[in-house]
Design a protein around this ligand. Structure first.
Ligand SMILES: [Zn+2]
Ligand SMILES: [Zn+2]
Length: 319
């Protein structure tokens, strides 16, 4: 009887320990911009670092300075926006070269510090030939139109391997996404020690894109979910369900996202998937109340009871 009691106590203790260790956040994210259009002061960009580090990268760079100002105002960050950008943002990961993902990077480049721009070759190509050229801006990068000012160093990612993010404690592995065929976008799987965070740039659903990009991505991350190593998935929902299929332009709606997460659900065990935060990005505020509509549609269709998160500019998120 005593042995049984000891055993039970021990078991309860381990359960408690497991719960406590699960609750410990390992990543911090400061959204500098969360929307997918219209509001030029709040476009996709997420500052990410391991919880005990101040060496961040930015996942996309639609809005930088205004987001940093908001984060300082909220007490999420301390100091001057421009100085934080120079000192604490160690690199940019750009999912695809649409303006709402790079505008902040271009506008802030004259006052920025030297750092790497990480992207797949298709994306670096557009930055090189359409943005950092002397025709429309100064060429602050290290390749392309001469003379090159060499402040930014293009670092081409490779879908077959993990790349170290310089001056941070993180690495990245990229995955190709389909964003209105034939246009492409990128998902970044970030690793810090043995913990992971997944950020998807703009993406269409596999059924709409006639592609298997998301299916392959889900296959790659399913084992990380089942072992509780993947803490959060950042994924877009640009339009409400009423958006006509012909006008999706390579984006997701609540029902398309939920269908994709169902596919992921079939590859993972339900309990583990429920531990992963699903962060909804890139809503397009094209009309009044659109964001509220998207949010309601997601919540009513959340049959898997996933932990949905709706990020706000400058407000700290812990995962
Ligand atoms: Zn976008
Ligand atoms: Zn886009």
């Amino acid at each position: 009887m005593q042995l049984y009691r000891n055993f039970t106590l021990c078991f309860l203790f381990f359960l408690l320990l497991a719960k406590v260790s699960q609750a410990q956040p390992v990543f911090k994210v400061i959204p500098l911009g969360v929307k997918g259009g219209t509001d030029e002061s709040n476009l996709s960009s997420y500052m990410l670092a391991p919880i005990h580090s101040d060496n961040y990268v930015c996942l996309d760079a639609g809005t930088l300075n205004f987001g940093l100002q908001q984060a300082v105002k909220n007490g999420t960050l301390k100091g001057f926006a421009g100085t934080i950008l120079k000192n604490n943002v160690k690199g940019y990961l750009i999912s695809h070269p649409h303006l709402d993902h790079v505008a902040g990077l271009i506008i802030n480049s004259p006052d920025d510090s030297p750092k790497n721009i990480y992207a797949l070759p298709f994306c670096i190509d557009v930055l090189k030939t359409h943005y950092f050229t002397w025709k429309n801006w100064a060429n602050f990068a290290n390749e392309g139109d001469q003379p090159t000012l060499k402040k930014y160093h293009y670092t081409a990612l490779d879908t077959a391997k993990e790349t170290t993010l310089d001056n941070t404690e993180m690495t990245v592995k990229p995955f190709l996404l389909s964003h209105s065929k034939p246009y492409q976008s990128t998902a970044f799987l970030i690793r810090s020690k043995d913990d992971y965070l997944l950020y998807l740039g703009d993406t269409g659903a596999d059924e709409m894109e006639h592609a298997q990009n998301l299916y392959r991505l889900w296959q790659a991350v399913a084992p990380l979910i089942n072992s509780n190593k993947l803490k959060a998935i950042f994924v877009e929902t640009s339009f409400p369900d009423e958006q006509p299929t012909k006008q999706l332009f390579g984006h997701l709606t609540p029902s398309l996202l939920m269908k994709e997460l169902d596919v992921l659900g079939k590859m993972t065990d339900a309990k583990s998937l429920k531990q992963v935060y699903i962060v909804i990005t890139h809503m397009k505020p094209s009309a009044e109340q659109v964001e509220e509509k998207i949010r309601k549609e997601l919540e009513t269709q959340n049959k898997l009871n996933l932990k949905l998160v709706f990020p706000q500019q400058g407000k700290l998120l812990l995962f």
